[in-house]
Design a protein around this ligand. Structure first.
Ligand code: PHE
Length: 443
């Protein structure tokens, strides 16, 4: 079977970075950081991303490139007659649970693009956001719009759609965030917010917060669910996997940190309570800051458009995981598979939106459906997937295969091979278990 392949190095790095960088860095990280006490959470996140996330990303790339298949089939090819392919199955479930709330937030970005363009961002932003998400039909319509956009991009196929959109987006997003940092930091009362996010106060950090940090590390790197296995399968044999993974991890960290340096100082200047703002934090904070900028409408428009595109390049990777599975495993035509997947994601997504709107009772375990999907995806499915990927790579897969991938058939020197194996065998699984246990016991 011929598989679509990326045209050059930048193509696949861009696509994988496009998957990693998204709402996770700009929307999810700041609001969790706000809820979990600031600086100490940032440190816990960095710790998880470097010590746990990076090795798992390398493991996923290696598995995918070695097997040349989608996440599910990769395990079947590398270890026939063993149940490791269940990791792939769990990844498909995770794609659905993530997309259900991701598409809702993607929809919010469209609403805010329209508000920016039509210059209707003025007023009480807390109230504005709350009224909007309680509006039930409007958020669902935008969610539909977001999914329709993602569907359009996926239908064009891997190399054409994903590659093109990301090349321009990343640098633009970076430059814009720097400009916004400058505005935020020069607001009166900004200092407090900066201290909040940069100065760790460990008394705020519970076991629960560390589980949030771990989940966020997985979420923001798009790992633990096979997405990077699928992308790994498109990476050419001569490419250096470690280099690719390092670039993505670094970019992801930089964007999350920059987003925080925009949001927290602005929030303290505008008297917004970051621990109580919840998933609306970005949407409640930034419009107030744009109003205080010369050319604010232009910056607002640019920001929300870029946020929306960043969300799209992540969403398409989530859809792609399921679509590749349907096409390669169930022999469904690509167009039909994409439409089916998007429609099912939309149906699940409606429940997320409704739980923030007219049906707040929709949910389980004291969490609304939106929060439940978010929690289950990031704090359970992804770390669990990561745990099994680490065990698989460290203990089940032949070491020779991993070494072959990490050194690109011996053509690249990988001096940290021993460190890598030590991390993936012992540190990663044990750390995930400890965080799991302490998180669930709410220590
Ligand atoms: N990493 C994406 C983000 O930060 C979300 C995502 C998670 C995408 C898992 C794919 C797989 O927005």
């Amino acid at each position: 079977m011929s598989r679509d392949s990326f045209s050059n190095r930048f193509g696949v790095v861009a696509a994988a970075a496009g998957s990693a960088i998204g709402l996770g860095n700009i929307w999810r990280f700041p609001y969790l950081c706000g809820e979990n006490g600031g600086g100490a959470f940032l440190l816990a996140y960095l710790f998880c991303i470097i010590l746990i996330g990076l090795p798992i990303m390398l493991a996923e790339f290696s598995i995918g490139r070695s097997a040349q298949r989608n996440a599910y089939r990769s395990f079947k090819v590398l270890s026939p007659q063993r149940p490791w392919y269940l990791i792939g199955v769990m990844g498909i479930i995770a794609s659905f649970t993530i997309m259900s709330f991701y598409s809702a937030v993607g929809g919010w970005t469209i609403e805010y693009v329209i508000r920016s363009v039509t210059n209707t961002l003025a007023g009480d932003h807390n109230e504005m956001f709350n009224t909007f998400i309680a509006g039930t039909y409007t958020p669902i319509a935008y969610q539909f719009g977001f999914l329709a956009l993602s569907l359009g991009v996926v239908i064009f196929g891997v190399s054409k759609g994903i590659e093109k959109s990301t090349k321009i987006l990343m640098p633009a997003l970076f430059v814009l965030l720097i400009i916004l940092c400058i505005r935020s930091l020069t607001l009166e009362g900004a200092k407090e917010g900066l201290i909040f996010v940069l100065k760790p106060d460990f008394s705020n950090l519970s076991g629960n917060s560390i589980l949030d940090a771990l989940g966020q590390a997985f979420f923001s790197l798009s790992i633990g669910m096979g997405c990077m296995i699928t992308y790994g399968s498109y990476i050419k044999r001569k490419e250096d996997l470690t280099y690719t993974a390092n670039v993505i991890v670094l970019a992801s960290i930089v964007v999350a940190v920059l987003a925080s340096i925009v949001i927290f100082p602005a929030a303290s200047a505008l008297n917004i309570e970051v621990d109580a703002a919840g998933p609306g934090l970005v949407f409640k904070t930034l419009p107030g800051m744009f109003a205080l900028m010369p050319g604010g409408i232009i910056f607002a428009t640019l920001f929300f458009i870029l946020l929306c595109i960043a969300a799209l390049t992540s969403a398409i990777s989530l859809i792609e995981v399921v679509v590749t599975f349907c096409v390669e495993e169930m022999q469904i035509k690509r167009g039909i598979a994409t439409a089916l997947v998007a429609v099912s994601m939309f149906l699940l997504g409606i429940l997320c939106s409704l739980s923030l709107g007219m049906m707040p009772q929709l949910g389980l375990f004291g969490l609304g459906f939106f929060d439940l999907m978010d929690f289950m995806s990031a704090n359970i499915f992804l770390p669990l997937g990561g745990f099994f990927i680490a065990i698989y790579m460290g203990w089940a897969l032949k070491k020779r295969i991993t070494v072959k991938e990490l050194t690109s058939d011996g053509s690249i020197k990988f001096s940290l091979l021993r460190v890598f194996f030590f991390l993936i065998r012992y540190i990663v699984p044990v750390a995930i278990l400890i965080v799991f246990i302490s998180g669930f016991l709410r220590l």
